[in-house]
Design a protein around this ligand. Structure first.
Ligand SMILES: [Zn+2]
Length: 407
């Protein structure tokens, strides 16, 4: 977005904010938002901090050099070995765990291999449902080295890969196989405009219509803007009623809040590997704890990861995958998105924290004005108990302003 577009955007936003503030002046009594009372049921399958930590520490170690070039080959081998050890079947042609990703043809018209996706499969146990596929994924590539600086990519996205490795292991070792087939994919080249997932989605081992659900986790071990926020954002459930229901059934891991957001709140450009699947209208979920000041810097290191979050999100994904893989009906895509109070609550918490927590994010007067307006408005919506499409358009503007100018 150009500077001029940003200015126009902010001007529009200020206008919308003023209109809404005026419209709501008569109703300024703000009450604290209702909190959710769901808790996750206890399960013997719980994934623990000590399960995920070693994966992050290895994948983001100096030896792996930011998982680009030779480091990327070492990371791919680590993931492949894990899939093999757990008994996952190779996903790709020629009984291979690797899917080579060609780059554009060079001057001599020869194509070269630019990267590799890694995939393993747990075949479904139900003869009628085994040709339906659930994909669980995380990208494993990162930015490599620049000069003597290593971009370790602990949160982005060794955290997501550790989820992938632990969830695949638990599902492969379960006493009963899932009814639908479950596929685990570590994507390469996400940092190159999602090239790995784009290639995969265009070359699935089965027709894409047989993919009933796609999940990706990208950065699940930190906090949005370093705010003290025990929250994982889960986006995309608005496009499939059954996915939203399964997410609600899964509840919240101990100490973690699950905040459902509409994917359009973070803009039309895909921010991770869900992009190619959303384009094809495959029901999906995107898990992330959000961007922070160490994002895409050499400071994204294993010592800064909140391993309780990675473990909690992994446990939640494990439950959810089992639920969707075993349910009678598969999720179905819908374009008909209804506004959801849940995302209003999430935005309300973020604005409250931003207005309190000022060391990390000193606000200028304009930002403070917009954020206070958003806080008042979200309080009113929560109190009233429903959100209109007009209000939702405003919330999208506020969120995009926060992403552009605060975080
Ligand atoms: Zn990422």
């Amino acid at each position: 977005m150009s500077r001029r577009q940003i200015q126009q955007h902010l001007l529009l936003l200020a206008t919308a904010t003023c209109a809404l503030l005026l419209a709501s002046l008569q109703n300024l009594s703000a009450e604290s938002p209702a909190t959710k009372s769901t808790t996750r049921p206890a399960t013997a399958q719980r994934i623990l901090e000590d399960d995920v930590r070693p994966h992050v520490e290895y994948l983001a170690s100096p030896e792996l050099r930011g998982r680009s070039g030779y480091g990327s080959i070492l990371a791919a081998k680590y993931i492949r070995d894990h899939f093999e050890k757990c008994g996952l079947k190779p996903l790709f042609e020629g009984e291979s765990y690797f899917q080579p990703i060609p780059g554009p043809a060079r001057e001599d018209q020869k194509k070269y291999v630019m990267g590799r996706n890694i995939g393993g499969l747990i075949p479904g146990s139900d003869p009628e449902l085994r040709n339906e596929y659930i994909i669980i994924s995380a990208h494993y590539d990162h930015l490599g080295e620049r000069g003597d600086k290593i971009f370790a990519g602990a949160d982005d996205n060794a955290s997501g890969v550790s989820m992938l490795l632990e969830v695949s292991e638990r599902m492969a070792n379960a006493a009963v196989a899932p009814r639908r087939s479950v596929v685990f994919v570590a994507f390469d080249l996400e940092e190159h405009m999602l090239w790995g997932s784009r290639w995969f989605a265009a070359h699935t081992p089965w027709p894409i219509e047989q993919v009933k659900f796609f999940l990706t986790a990208d950065m699940i071990g930190r906090s949005l803007g370093n705010l003290s926020l025990p929250t994982v954002f889960v986006m995309g459930s608005e496009h499939a009623t059954l996915v939203k229901a399964a997410l609600d059934r899964a509840g919240e891991p101990e100490g973690l809040e699950v905040a459902r957001l509409g994917i359009d709140l973070i803009g039309p450009v895909p921010r991770s590997d869900y992009g190619p699947f959303r384009e094809r209208k495959v029901p999906f979920l995107f898990f992330s704890t959000g961007e922070h000041p160490d994002y895409h810097t050499p400071r994204d290191t294993p010592d800064r990861i909140e391993y309780n979050k990675v473990a909690g999100v992994s446990s939640l994904i494990l439950d959810l995958t089992g639920d969707i893989a075993n349910s009678d009906e598969a999720p179905v895509w819908t374009d008909d998105v209804t506004p959801d109070l849940e995302e209003v609550r999430a935005l309300n918490r973020i604005t409250t924290l931003l207005l309190q927590d000022n060391e990390e994010h000193p606000l200028n007067n304009f930002q403070r004005f917009v954020i206070s307006g958003a806080q008042t408005k979200t309080n009113q919506i929560i109190e009233r108990g429903d959100v209109t499409s007009f209000e939702r358009t405003y919330l999208i503007s506020v969120t995009q302003m926060l992403m552009l100018s605060v975080f």
